[in-house]
Write a protein that binds this ligand. Structure first.
Ligand SMILES: [Zn+2]
Length: 372
């Protein structure tokens, strides 16, 4: 599957955050006659299928204390595989021959006509805590031997084979400081920044032996945690850093992705492309798809994710030109729904929903011409 197709899945998944896991099946590779395997199976089944949301929230007795003390979102695999689909427990194996800890592998897949469509194979750890089996994320175990370099407010982690690029790290640290200052957000604890050479290696670090390929950067903004699986962007994945730095501005009901992805793409680019290149790409898309309406971008239907990202960046640039950072910040603090997108266009540009498509196409053309 291409990166673009993956982005589509990603964009669509944004709208489904929080969907619980569906049925749970014990696969042929698990021996339920073995008492340890049976108890661990029960522990993960309880965690995945309970209708009580508190079992998946901080303070749960089903997850290890160590992870919960470090991270608000302690289960890093949650946004990747908990899509309300079937979970099939594949195997439970000791982490080493004399270990009291076990790896648990679980397949998450939607059932479709003629077969299944997997979202991922998850790897979690099981260990004993207070006389019961609890689950742990794979991250600490997978990265325990990794190196650390602190540059400004960013604490980089990387494996031995990674050649650390200090120049890129310094650009990223300066960028983080500048965005925080411009938007008046206080700088929090250091950003934990994990570097992997490929999207596949990134996913494995998080605890996904396999997932839909193509995700090159993943951020857990409230924990100031970022994973990058991209050799080119490496230490300076500015787009993802924007998500972290500006997360204190997020409205209570969450951002509309046009705004969150828009500001990250406007300031930090997207997929290695600069803002000007994104606008050019958007113009070409509009030429090739003359029937597409702006409403479809807002609704996140039909189009591919990057059209939403690029359109969001366009809106941010227009806000900035009209009212500077103050106008951009106002949008970040208020746009949490489709209705709020239209209110923004109305209040800032005097554009009603009926005129939005015309405005979207004209503005893209004007900005693309400017950068020629
Ligand atoms: Zn993003």
């Amino acid at each position: 599957m291409s990166v673009l197709a993956s982005l589509f899945v990603w964009w669509a998944a944004l709208a489904n955050a929080g969907t619980p896991v569906g049925e749970f099946t014990i696969g042929w590779g698990v021996n339920v006659n073995d008492p340890v395997q049976r108890q661990i199976s029960e522990a993960i089944e309880e965690y995945l299928t309970s209708s009580d949301p508190s079992v998946r929230e901080a303070g749960t007795v089903l997850w290890c204390e160590e992870d919960q003390s470090k991270r608000h979102q302690y289960d890093l695999t949650e946004p990747w595989v908990y899509k309300g689909v079937r979970a099939t427990l594949l195997e439970i194996t000791p982490t080493s021959t004399d270990s009291s800890e076990y790896w648990i592998k679980t397949l998450y897949a939607a059932t479709v006509q003629n077969g299944i469509q997997p979202f991922g194979v998850q790897r979690l750890l099981a260990r004993r805590e207070y006389g019961r089996w609890v689950l742990c994320g794979a991250l600490d175990r997978m990265t325990s031997a990794w190196n650390r370099q602190v540059v400004g407010d960013i604490s980089y982690r990387y494996p031995d084979e990674w050649i650390f690029d200090r120049r890129k790290a310094e650009v990223a640290a300066a960028f983080v400081g500048r965005v925080a200052t411009d938007f008046g957000v206080s700088e929090g604890p250091p950003i934990e920044y994990f570097l992997a050479p490929t999207p596949e290696a990134l996913a494995r670090t998080i605890g996904l032996d396999w997932t839909i390929p193509g995700v090159r950067g993943k951020t857990y903004a409230s924990d100031r945690l970022i994973f990058v699986g991209d050799l080119d962007q490496g230490e300076m994945y500015l787009h993802e850093l924007v998500h972290i730095v500006l997360s204190p501005l997020e409205p209570a009901d969450g951002w509309h992705p046009l705004v969150s992805e828009g500001v990250a793409s406007w300031l930090g680019g997207s997929r290695g492309l600069s803002f000007a290149a994104l606008i050019d790409e958007l113009l070409q898309y509009q030429f090739a798809n003359p029937e597409v309406e702006f409403q479809e971008i807002v609704d996140k239907t039909r189009h591919r994710a990057e059209v939403g990202y690029n359109s969001g960046a366009l809106i941010m640039e227009c806000l900035f030109r009209k009212g500077g950072v103050v106008a951009v910040k106002r949008a970040l603090e208020t746009v949490d729904s489709n209705e709020a997108v239209y209110s923004l266009l109305e209040s800032e540009f005097g554009i009603g929903e009926a005129g939005a498509t015309e405005w979207w196409r004209t503005t893209t053309r004007v900005l693309a011409d400017e950068s020629k």
